[in-house]
Design a protein around this ligand. Structure first.
Ligand code: LLP
Length: 430
């Protein structure tokens, strides 16, 4: 479910008109729907109902404090990958004691900070890191709760940059080496407490098959580690894919793309749950899930205004005021984002490239896309931009970060101010 739809001739987020938000707060502008975020969290939680489960929202997908606060209020825990994310979680009112800390390169400062805050578990990605955590914990007179991330060598069938569960990826410890590593930890590392086992095979998975394959392969390992070392949880990571095509709410099929697509089908949480729960339930362990994109992806859009139209010999370009610095997914992963005019279109369609102002040929949002004819000054919405959108923004070309707004019913709050030029140079010295 999501809450972006045309009403009275213009695109709304819940009860708020997007054009009015852009007029009030400028563009480019990220807009998120609180109702959609809550709905996705609750649907996943309900689908996993019969398992002893915890949802550790992957903060990296969208780490705005207001989004974290909203999820904490729903009862979410958090999967973090840096000291900065831990800081955000606690600042937003989330529990450090519910945080799992992933990532291949944790620093001493981050490990000490997480120990001081009392996180739930470090998800460890190598033996070297495990030994280092043992040392740091020992120096602080603490015992660090740890889980090792197993790399199950399963093909997630997703873009190679967001595929993590194959032996050639930098993530986790090879499946065959896990048992020996837990034995060494037990024997040689007195300052770690073996608390769980973790895996994550990749992101934006649109088929349930790789999840099933990985869970079936790793569940017996988890059972063995529970019997031998008394681990209490098994985290199966995140990765549930969303639809990026045909992503407007049903009933709003766009006439300008009639017949072009229409077969896009999301991986539903019910489908996901009914495939993995039967394998996980017999383990009789706490099962962790680390969804990011599923919770927030379809809950956000990036609004941008057309600055210029340019008709070249080969192509027509609509140059907009958002660029790859605001949303890098098309440039980095050839990611597709549907584009919808904010004012409901009725005229002619044309084939255009939607490009940003940044001095890079990779700065585009769409190439040869059939869209309703856009005029200078028109607003567009880049859909499904709630995950890995703002969080991956950069100031390249010295362009300030856009503002972010959270809509809840008829209410709309700025949850991050647009950066000013002073913000851009803050901390620099001549
Ligand atoms: N857990 C771990 C250990 C992860 O590395 C990730 C994502 C997640 C959970 C959450 O995965 P999700 O449910 O969101 O698929 N920037 C890329 C995605 C990078 C994902 C990195 N890890 C993109 O825009 O597609």
């Amino acid at each position: 479910m999501h809450s972006f739809r045309y009403r009275d001739g213009s695109l709304h987020c819940e009860d708020v008109e997007l054009g009015a938000l852009a007029d009030a707060h400028g563009s480019p502008l990220y807009v998120y729907s609180a109702a959609t975020i809550r709905d996705h969290y609750r649907r996943l939680d309900a689908a996993l109902g019969e398992l002893d489960h915890h949802i550790a929202y992957a903060v990296k997908a969208n780490s705005n404090l207001a989004v974290l606060r909203l999820l904490a209020a729903e009862g979410a825990d958090f999967d973090i990958v840096s000291g900065g994310e831990l800081f955000r979680v606690t600042k937003a009112g989330g529990r450090a004691a519910g945080c799992t800390f992933a990532g291949v390169g944790k620093t001493r400062e981050e490990i000490e900070y997480a120990l001081r805050e009392g996180i739930y578990c470090f998800n460890v990605e190598s033996e070297a890191e495990l030994r280092f955590i043992d040392r740091v914990a020992g120096e602080l007179g603490e015992r660090a709760p740890v889980a090792v991330r197993v790399n199950p060598n399963v093909d997630a069938g997703t873009h190679k940059y967001i595929s993590t569960g194959k032996s050639e990826n930098k993530f986790g410890v090879d499946f065959q080496d896990i048992e020996a590593l837990y034995a060494r930890a037990e024997a040689e590392m007195p300052n770690v407490a073996l608390r769980g086992l973790q895996m994550h095979i990749g992101s934006q998975l649109t088929s349930v098959q790789p999840f099933v394959e990985a869970v079936e392969k790793v569940a017996p390992l988890a059972a063995g580690l529970k019997a031998k070392h008394g681990i209490e949880f098994f985290s199966i990571g995140g990765g549930i894919g969303i639809i990026y095509e045909d992503s407007l709410a049903s009933g709003d099929r766009r006439w300008w793309e009639e017949g072009a697509r229409g077969d896009a089908r999301p991986l539903t949480v019910e489908e996901y749950a009914s495939a993995v729960v039967p394998v996980l339930k017999p383990l009789d362990m706490k099962i962790l899930f680390e969804p990011g994109r599923f919770i927030v992806g379809n809950a956000g859009v990036l609004i941008s205004r057309v600055l210029y139209k340019k008709r070249g010999r080969a192509k027509t370009f609509a140059i907009v005021d958002a660029g790859m610095g605001d949303l890098i997914r098309p440039a980095l992963y050839q990611g597709h984002h549907d584009i919808a005019p904010v004012k409901e279109p009725s005229g002619e369609a044309e084939t255009v490239d939607i490009v940003g102002p940044i001095c890079e040929s990779g700065d585009f949002f769409a190439q040869d896309r059939v869209l309703p004819e856009l005029a200078e000054g028109d607003l567009i919405a880049l859909l499904s931009a709630g995950a890995y959108g703002f969080v991956m923004a950069s100031n390249y070309n010295s362009r300030p970060f856009p503002a972010e707004v959270l809509v809840d019913g008829a209410d709309a709050e700025v949850i991050r101010k647009r950066q000013s030029y002073d913000d851009l140079v803050a901390g620099e010295a001549v």
